[in-house]
Design a protein around this ligand. Structure first.
Ligand SMILES: [Zn+2]
Length: 248
């Protein structure tokens, strides 16, 4: 059986049999991989906490026919603050769940890997609520979609922007307002995150605005995941239709 080594972020785990777990891990070289970790639930497992969700590890795996098998794990990056702090861990869980939703097994994407591991490290260093929306902005840029934030999506006017409606694709002026209100400070911070000025926004945004932006970021994740689900459903429906026609 072929053996391979890579770095990976553990996205989630579930129990298998008496002592094993199936680990879903986002790897640097092979994208999302599902693998069996044998004996990981025993107290004296050689894997320890290195296969817990959020861990960033060097892994060695055997390629299996259905699932790969984890044979060795070492810590790649220590994240000592993540697990001890509920709010940081909650934010980390949002990152893990998002990557799990927007990636398919076996599609390597080193930029996506860097984005995820970098955001986890940043959360560990500094539990700033803006880490999640900064991650969302980069993710949407990677995926080729982003909301219009500097002009009304209906009329194009660049001022008096007071609302945001993600299903409409961005912000709206007083006259065309729908969706939910957005403050000028939050809109500017979001725009700067999409423009890549993450350091500046993390340092300069006050806490009330940070929470508003975090909220909007979470909404963007939901909306993006929903849109992906819808478009893949449409695709499956389409394939199904073709299959029916082919069979008749
Ligand atoms: Zn307008």
């Amino acid at each position: 059986m072929p053996l391979y080594r890579t770095d990976g972020v553990v996205l989630r785990t579930h129990k298998l049999g008496e002592a094993d777990r199936i680990i879903t891990i986002y790897t640097r070289t092979r994208g999302k991989v599902r693998a069996v970790a044998k004996g990981v639930r025993r107290t004296k497992s050689k894997f320890g906490a290195r296969l817990e969700p959020g861990a960033i590890s060097h892994v060695q795996l055997y390629e299996g026919r259905n699932l790969d098998i984890v044979t060795q794990v070492e810590t790649a990056q220590h994240l000592p603050n993540l697990r001890g702090d509920l709010s940081r861990y909650g934010r980390a869980a949002v990152l893990l769940e998002t990557i799990d939703h927007v990636t398919e097994e076996g599609e390597g994407n080193p930029a996506m890997y860097r984005l995820l591991s970098g955001a986890l490290a940043e959360l560990d260093r500094d539990g700033n609520p803006l880490v999640v929306p900064a991650f969302v902005a980069k993710l949407l840029v990677l995926e080729g979609v982003q909301p219009l934030l500097d002009a009304c999506v209906v009329c194009g006017r660049p001022d008096r922007l007071v609302a945001i409606a993600l299903h409409e694709g961005g912000v709206l002026c007083e006259e065309h307002r729908q969706g939910e209100p957005i403050s000028d400070a939050a809109r500017t911070a979001l725009q700067q995150l999409f423009d890549g000025h993450v350091r500046h926004v993390l340092a300069a945004t006050e806490s009330g605005t940070a929470l508003e932006v975090e909220n909007l970021g979470n909404r963007m994740i939901e909306q993006h995941i929903e849109r992906r689900l819808r478009s893949s459903n449409v695709l499956y429906q389409h394939l199904g239709d073709r299959g029916d026609r082919g069979g008749s």
